[in-house]
Design a protein around this ligand. Structure first.
Ligand code: 2HA
Ligand code: ZN
Length: 263
């Protein structure tokens, strides 16, 4: 089916970014997932789409999302195939009028990602708090995940400071740094709740021993933030493999960046 231009643009962007996640090596098998709140782009044609199956109860209601629409990647679906053929690897879902369930409305009956609780509870939080972000990415960036296996890096803002200090770009383009969520079961409501706590302060959150989650007004910004942080993690790893721990930019150098670029 052909949708309106705005929805087609969102679908093209989901496919584009899914391809990047695969190329980066962050999306083994069905690793990672994407959701995009398209409610503001929904027209009569989409509103008229019938449900493709029974309504599916949500583990937690999302009252701020009643009647909302999302593009979500499918459970068990590979990012490399989302890139190639999005509507056979993702679906459009509609949240019920009471916010307690959802139905799949396009184009095939593809059940959404196992991380749907995190995605929807985050979107619910974004709407409740009047924030403008509409896109959520979760992926498995190798070096960043490796860093979450090291206890000292899990203390508040230790990793933010280390990653900022590796290259000026990271200080400039990830000005809030990264939040850390202690290990929690993938797909659990606890993981979602702990992530939301961090999103008050950070745009990118690392899930201990699992992956990264980032939000943005579209998918390009959160992808770029994870990519930039990942570059810093690689520089750190590269220096360590050369036999030294990199010193990093000094506090003064980072303060100068903050001052000059108004971060
Ligand atoms: O979609 O990445 O966290 C597979 C996952 C679960
Ligand atoms: Zn994951």
């Amino acid at each position: 089916m052909k949708y309106n231009e705005n929805v087609e643009n969102v679908l093209a962007q989901v496919a584009e970014v899914a391809g990047y996640l695969w190329e980066k090596g962050w999306a083994e098998r069905n690793g990672g997932n994407i959701s995009y709140n398209i409610t503001e782009y929904v027209d009569e044609a989409i509103r008229a789409l019938p449900s493709l199956g029974d309504k599916i109860e949500l583990p937690e209601p999302v009252p701020a999302l009643c009647g909302s629409y999302f593009v979500v990647t499918g459970t068990g679906k590979r990012m490399r195939y989302v890139h190639r053929d999005i509507m056979r690897n993702a679906s459009i879902i509609r949240i019920s009028p009471d916010g307690g369930s959802y139905e799949i409305v396009a184009e095939e009956y593809i059940r959404p990602t196992s991380e749907l609780p995190s995605h929807l509870l985050i979107h619910d939080y974004l709407m409740r708090s009047g924030r403008s972000e509409r896109a959520v990415i979760h992926t498995h960036p190798i070096e960043l995940v490796a860093m979450t296996h090291h206890e000292p890096f899990l203390q508040k803002d230790v990793l933010s400071k280390l990653l900022w200090s590796m290259i000026p770009e990271t200080r400039a383009f990830c000005p809030k740094g990264v939040g850390i969520v202690p290990y929690a079961l993938p797909g659990s409501v606890l993981l979602a709740q702990e992530t939301i706590k961090q999103l008050g302060e950070y745009d990118v959150v690392l899930w201990e021993k699992h992956g990264a989650l980032a939000i943005g007004p579209d998918l390009i910004e959160p992808f770029d933030m994870i990519d930039t942080l990942s570059k810093s993690a690689k520089i750190y790893e590269s220096a360590c493999s050369m036999g030294f721990v990199p010193k990093g930019m000094s506090d003064e150098q980072m303060d100068e960046l903050k001052r000059v670029f108004n971060l």
